[in-house]
Write a protein of this length. Structure first.
Length: 212
């Protein structure tokens, strides 16, 4: 963990947990870099047919991210191929050996953080980026809870990191300033009553893109 992270490019934005036609309309309007579709057990999970319908409406410039957790290799490959996903994001107990089956894709692996000891998992994975999220025993993500950023602040990681967990328009500027992530990932932080809110999406993206 010795490579210096410099803020050369703007921090990228991922809006996760899209599940309605309206959600696609919002992201097409405000243009985050990544759109996340959940195929693992979650209140935001969507089925293959619904995902295909939504992705068919998605702006082609927005990268399509599939979120999986402890699913069979064949199931992941089938979904990824049918939907022509750009990125596979894994949230479960997947091993490096398991991830080797998906080398033709861009791979993100989630590490759930509670204490500094959880950073020991960072070096286990040979992936394109690591996503740090809040540890939850009963939820895949989207809990709206922040983990202690002190744990990862001022560490020079040797691969891009994505910050998730409790982000919203009120704290994302502080998060970028402190952690300097490659990307920020938001779901519940841009929702009202568990549905994506266009005003919150707009404000969140503006805060990220206006950060200097």
């Amino acid at each position: 963990m010795k490579v210096e992270r410099r803020r050369i490019f703007l921090t990228k934005v991922k809006i996760c947990g899209l599940r309605r036609k309206e959600d696609i309309e919002y992201v097409n309007m405000f243009k985050p870099d990544f759109a996340g579709f959940v195929f693992a057990k979650s209140k935001r999970k969507i089925d293959l047919k619904k995902a295909a319908d939504l992705i068919g409406l998605l702006d082609k410039k927005i990268k399509r991210v599939g979120i999986f957790s402890n699913q069979s290799i064949s199931q992941v490959i089938s979904i990824a191929d049918i939907l022509n996903l750009d990125i596979l994001q894994f949230h479960g107990d997947e091993t490096q050996e398991y991830l080797e089956y998906f080398k033709s894709y861009t791979l993100w692996k989630t590490i759930k953080i509670k204490t500094k000891d959880d950073l020991k998992y960072f070096e286990k994975y040979k992936v394109d980026a690591i996503l740090f999220d809040t540890l939850s025993t009963d939820s895949l993500g989207g809990t709206g809870e922040i983990f202690n950023w002190d744990i990862i602040e001022n560490i020079n990681f040797n691969k891009p990191i994505i910050l998730a967990g409790g982000l919203n328009s009120n704290n994302v500027t502080s998060a970028i300033k402190r952690i300097k992530p490659y990307a920020v990932d938001v779901s519940s932080g841009v929702e009202t009553n568990e549905f994506k809110d266009p005003d919150k999406i707009k404000l969140f993206i503006e805060k990220v893109r206006n950060f200097k």
